[in-house]
Design a protein around this ligand. Sequence first.
Ligand code: ADP
Ligand code: MG
Length: 641
Amino acid sequence: MIMFTSHQDVSSSNDKASLETTFHSWKARYGELAAALIGGGLTAIGWLLEQRLYSVAVSFFILSYAVGGYAKAKEGLNTLVHERDLDVNLLMFAAAIGAAAIGYWTEGAILIFIFSLSGALETLTIERSSRDISALMDMKPEKAIRCLEGAQETVPIQELRIDDIIIIKNGERIPADGIVMEGTSSVNQASITGESIPVDKAAGDPVFAGTLNGEGALYVKVTASSESTLFAKIIRLVQDAQSEMPKAERFMQRFERIYARAVIGITSSLIVLPPWLLGWSWTDALYKAMVFLVVASPCALVASIMPVMLSAISNGARKGLLFKGGAHLESISSVKAIALDKTGTLTIGKPAVTDIIAFAPLNKDELLKIAASIETMSTHPLARAIVDEAESKGIRLERCLDFQAMTGRGVQGNVLEQTWTIGKPSLFEKEARQQGIFEEIEKLQQGNTVVVIGQAGTVIGAIALQDRIRPEAAPMVEKLKTLGVSVVMLTGDQKLTADLIASQAGIGRIYAELLPEEKLRIVKQLKNDYGSVAMIGDGVNDAPALATATVGIAMGGAGSDAALETADLVLMNDDLLKISFAIELGRRMKKVIKQNIIFAAVVILFLIASNFISGIPLPLGVLGHEGSTILVILNGLRLLR
Ligand code: ADP
Ligand code: MG
């Protein structure tokens, strides 16, 4: 959106700005359609006048060529000048001018009218899909955590002011430019430098909006306000649909250029050779060559893919599926296996504390206070649960320094001048055995996720938590099986808890107690076994696996920024049932593209052959050619529903 901030007269300049943006968006959406229709109107007038007032009619035709053909001719000339290549736009313009040259003004004008109409339809689809995608932004407004006298407060990033202190947790995007005040971490700055090796940051170092925080937590003083949100960035990427085109579309673009050259070559020889070799008259040869040029132009082929893809992306967007490009729809259609993360993906990701054990010297509340103070810095669902529990008991939290996440294992931090570690029980197995509390912790793990709190080689307590499975998890697994997709569960959690959730979801194949790099290894293995694998996850720990999978899918609501950035598809409303919808949508897209290409190719071949065998009149050629183009586009628009 365009924002003007004039100091004297904010309101009226805003009105003007919004008027201007309305006009621009209207022009982008309907400009081409209006030009096509006006061109069509001028053509109709020309046609009515042709018999009586020929010269007046011709001026109407010339006008209709100019109005209707302007946008397409510009595209064609651009390709010619900048890429020194021919495309279908130029072919159509050449055909229309050729038709006019032999006196077939009406046919030429109709050619341009329908061609520009099909172009306008395509632009409308692009507009539609980018609007549907933008609407997704409202589903996840981006927030920052502001630090005010020790308390944390979540605010929309637009409300950040210069000199605010913000906390950036592990795996989160940095919401604004700033300077590190406290904490150490490594930050992936690939989004601005292109270099993906993380850069170490400590007090005094600058950090930049849009870069991705690693394992540590940082206190940052804001130096510039920011309006660039993660979704704004993703959406810009998606609207630039060219960035991730399906293979078929990339092939079609190369094909179009080569084919266009061949058509021009054949057309020129059709004009020159028959009069020379067969003694045809020039007008006969020119006529046949023009018919050839019209029917051989690959408009319908070129229009076979993009409108289908854009309609499918649009359709997905309205159901909360943010595809970062048409290529991913293509790959999800042929997925053979899906790997699902447990915490936050199969489960709601809002666990609740069910039990606390405290060993001397701390009591339960003191233990919870320490644990929660550290977990305020973490983005993990378990961390949120522990903080919520402390807050519900009215426990005042302490400041945590030197926070470090050990992704997939636990966290570490300094509270009340001592360093504590909280994480999976296996981190403390040796200590627990020595202290003779191993059995007690193991018993707690029956159906619970347990985290152990330790300090300097001693276990001082454990917290048991329970998460609920998403109600749609079991129906989703069922649906995926009917689609012929195998389902596997990957989790960093303990075996016992993993088994319980897996049996509730109906998943037979489970890998538990995985570290992030092991998740990645298993996804690679699955890719070897099945060929094409999707991975669904929410956490920082899932990001490497999401990147490796054929299609990485992130939970939009529960997901960490790291997962959202790496994924190819974001489930904005966290509805797992939409996964099978996405697969079916991808399959439908592929089917419709195939139909279109076959239909377009058959029509072209049939018309070319008829023209050579018996000759066809130019109006019929125009009708067959343009009719098939429009049909192919309309067929593609079916995917909007
Ligand atoms: P999942 O793969 O199921 O999403 P993770 O890999 O994120 O699980 O976590 C694996 C295990 O690591 C958790 O079950 C927990 O024991 C431990 N862990 C991870 N992060 C934290 C944290 N912030 N606080 C305590 N324990 C954690
Ligand atoms: Mg998870």
